[in-house]
Design a protein around this ligand. Structure first.
Ligand code: COA
Length: 372
């Protein structure tokens, strides 16, 4: 058995941002258009008028101030409200592969490695651009990597489940050097016309390189332990799938995009995640005081503040439980890795931390790491 370690990590951030104010102007223009189109039904009491969104609500409910997106113009066009990301020809690299390649190159550079050093690529994301060939195999080819590659999907928990799979294979010796990439084009599965959730998501890609601790050429985080858990719930759901691609899809069905019962998610996932991290740490003999940092999934600031407080047994000090969702919004599986990648360079030898992601399924994954 070999000791697996994270030796590199990287983030691809799209160039375009949408502030809450810009988002709300577009949404309200869309709502006005919709109300004008449905004026007769609204006047007859057959349908409710669509209410305006508000920047204050968004900031207070979520902590989000802006989001990065792959195509701003399409999202903010009140007559469209959907990114313009046309399908590419089969012989051109996919959009997810390109995003992942950027993040992966940064992770490899940090670890002083090349693409050909990699023998496992896992593309772990909540939505994939196509069914097959796997996005991961395309990334493997673009990197010049060997070995094998596959896609996996555990929604917002994809990163930690991917890290567990990769770490286990490095530990067992079936892979020597593994990249876990999380390219998330959340703007493509968010219903930007739904006031309850139009502010939630953004686009990004992350990558972590996992290799044997003994092989590391620079600083590393040893992966001390991983733990994943799932429990079925319909409270976060997306019904898009291959059996739905018939005339159904022409009907503009709301359930073909991200849907959630946000309040229930909030109530049910919080105790599940807090208990999961606490049990995992206890099983490994870790105390709350041993933790230097918590890198949590980035869905909602109140949720993260609550989990941080529950795990540490006190209000986290500034920087102990870093949030990035004010800048990136919820980026599904990538959120905890962005938080880790941007807030781990200062940790000293022996410092310990937990990466934790959670979401649809329900699913929760935790990764206990130690700086070496
Ligand atoms: N602008 C203004 N008002 C809005 C609004 C918007 N964009 N969206 C909703 N509101 C209103 C609602 O109509 C409601 O009004 P009412 O009280 O008069 O009925 C009120 O604000 C509260 O709405 P609600 O949806 O209950 O808000 P909330 O406080 O529960 O916050 C979430 C919504 C989604 C931010 C919150 O539930 C959440 O973060 N849940 C967990 C999300 C999560 O982790 N999901 C996992 C995804 S991976």
């Amino acid at each position: 058995m070999y000791q697996p370690a994270i030796t590199g990590h990287g983030v691809f951030t799209p160039e375009q941002t949408i502030t809450n104010d810009e988002l709300v102007v577009a949404f309200n223009a869309y709502a006005d258009l919709w109300n004008a189109e449905h004026a007769a039904q609204i006047a007859a009491g057959e349908v409710d008028a669509m209410a305006h969104s508000s920047s204050d609500f968004i900031l207070n409910a979520s902590g989000i101030e802006q989001r990065f997106v792959m195509d701003k113009e399409g999202v903010l066009d009140p007559a469209r409200m959907y990114p313009r990301l046309p399908a590419r020809p089969d012989d051109a690299p996919g959009i997810m592969a390109e995003m992942a390649l950027d993040a992966a190159t940064k992770a490899l550079t940090m670890a002083d490695r090349n693409g050909e050093d990699v023998d496992l690529v896992i593309c772990a994301a909540s939505n994939h651009e196509r069914a097959y060939p796997a996005i991961a195999i395309e990334i493997q080819q673009l990197l010049g990597a060997g070995g094998f590659a596959f896609d996996m999907n555990v929604a917002c928990s994809s990163a930690t489940f991917g890290i567990q799979a990769a770490a286990d294979m490095v530990r067992a010796g079936s892979a020597r050097r593994a990249l876990v990439v999380c390219p998330e084009i959340c703007s493509g599965h968010l219903e930007w016309r739904d006031r309850d959730c139009h502010f939630i998501f953004g686009d990004v890609a992350t990558a972590v390189l996992i290799e044997r601790s003994d092989d590391a050429q620079g600083d590393r985080f040893d992966i001390i332990s991983t733990r994943c858990a799932t429990q079925f719930s319909n409270n976060i759901r997306n019904n898009n799938g291959f059996l739905r691609r018939t005339h159904d899809q022409m009907e503009d069905r709301r359930d073909m995009q991200f849907m959630q019962n946000g309040r229930k998610v909030f109530k049910e996932v919080l105790p599940m995640v807090s208990a999961h991290i606490a049990d995992h740490m206890q099983a490994m003999g870790w105390q709350a005081d041993d933790l230097k940092r918590l890198w949590l999934h980035q869905a909602n600031k109140t949720m993260n503040d609550f989990i941080g407080k529950k795990v540490l047994g006190r209000v986290p000090e500034p920087g102990e439980q870093p949030n990035i969702l004010q800048d990136y919004a919820n980026t599904s599986s990538a959120g905890s890795i962005i938080a880790f990648s941007k807030n781990s360079g200062d940790l000293a030898m022996g410092d310990r931390g937990v990466i934790c992601s959670f979401g649809a399924g329900y699913s929760v994954g935790s990764v206990l790491i130690e700086r070496q």
